[in-house]
Design a protein around this ligand. Structure first.
Ligand code: BMP
Length: 236
C-alpha cells in the first residue's frame, strides 16, 4: 500500500502516531496484549510497526493473525531493517507483503535497493530507508549522511527513518528529499524527544513504542501524544 494511504489515515484520525509494537515475552501474553492494544488505540494510532521483538515472541503465524484482524484499521510496517543483496531483499519483501505488510523498512547503506523500490511498488507496497538512527553512537550515519540522502532520493524510496532525537537531521532531510518522500521519526519520549517536536522540524510521522505499550494507561498516553502532535502542527 502506498504511503498516501497512511497520509489519508493521518488526515482521517488527525494523528501522526505510529505504534512500535515491540512486545517481548511469553507468546500467549504478547499475543493477547497486542490484540488488546490494537483494539483500544484505533482512534489515535494510524500505523503499527512490527519487528524482531514481537515476531520472535509470537511467531510469524501470530503476526499474520494480528495483521489479518486489523488490516482495515492500521497501516502495517515491517521493521526488520533489511540489509542484504538485491535478490534476497526482493524475495524477503515479497514474503512480508504476502503476509499483509503495507511497507517495509530497509537499510540504505548496502545500496542494494535500486531494483527493490520499483519491485515493491509493483506489489503495492512501500519502502522506507533508514537514514539516521536515533541513538547517540550512530556516528557512521552522521559521517555518511550526504551519501545516504542522495541514494535515498535517487532510488526514490517512499520514506526514510530519521531519529526524533536529532531534529537538525530531520530538517536537513526535509530540505533535501522530494516532498512526497515522507519522514518517520522514532525516539519520542523514552529516548528523549518531546512528542510533536519532530513534526515541527519537518517529520511526517512519529514512531512511539514503550511510552505507549509500557504506560499504565496506554490509551491516555497515546491521546496525549496525539494532542501534542496536533498542537505542533497547528503552531506551524
Ligand atoms: P521506543 O519508543 O520504545 O524507544 O521505541 C522506538 C522504536 O523505534 C523501536 O521499535 C526501535 O527499533 C525503532 N527505532 C529507533 O528507536 N531508532 C532508530 O533510529 C530506528 C528505529 O527503527
Amino acid at each position: 500500500m502506498s504511503l498516501a494511504n497512511l497520509m489519508n489515515k493521518a488526515e482521517e484520525k488527525g494523528s501522526r502516531l505510529i505504534l512500535a509494537l515491540d512486545l517481548l515475552g511469553p507468546k500467549d501474553y504478547c499475543s493477547s496484549r497486542a490484540v488488546y492494544l490494537l483494539s483500544i488505540l484505533r482512534d489515535y494510532v494510524i500505523g503499527v510497526k512490527i519487528g524482531h521483538p514481537l515476531t520472535l515472541s509470537i511467531g510469524i503465524k501470530g503476526v499474520l493473525d494480528i495483521i489479518k484482524q486489523y488490516s482495515s484499521e492500521y497501516f502495517f510496517i515491517a521493521d526488520f531493517k533489511l540489509a542484504d543483496v538485491p535478490h534476497i531483499m526482493k524475495a524477503t519483501v515479497k514474503v512480508l507483503v504476502d503476509m499483509g505488510f503495507n511497507a517495509v523498512i530497509t537499510h540504505l547503506f548496502p545500496m542494494s535497493i535500486d531494483e527493490l523500490v520499483p519491485f515493491s511498488h509493483g506489489l503495492n507496497a512501500s519502502i522506507i530507508g533508514v537514514l539516521m538512527m536515533s541513538h547517540k553512537g550512530a556516528v557512521l550515519f552522521e559521517k555518511n549522511l550526504n551519501v545516504l540522502l542522495d541514494y535515498a532520493r535517487g532510488v526514490g524510496v517512499d520514506g526514510v527513518v530519521v531519529g526524533a532525537t536529532k531534529p537538525m537531521y530531520i530538517k536537513l532531510a526535509r530540505e533535501r528529499l522530494n516532498r512526497d518522500q515522507l519522514i518517520f521519526a522514532p525516539g519520542v519520549i523514552r529516548q528523549g524527544a518531546t512528542a510533536g517536536e519532530a513534526l515541527k522540524f519537518g517529520a511526517d510521522f512519529e514512531i512511539v513504542g514503550r511510552a505507549i505499550y509500557e504506560a499504565p494507561d496506554p490509551l491516555l498516553s497515546a491521546r496525549r501524544i496525539v494532542e501534542s502532535e496536533r498542537e505542533a502542527l497547528h503552531d506551524q
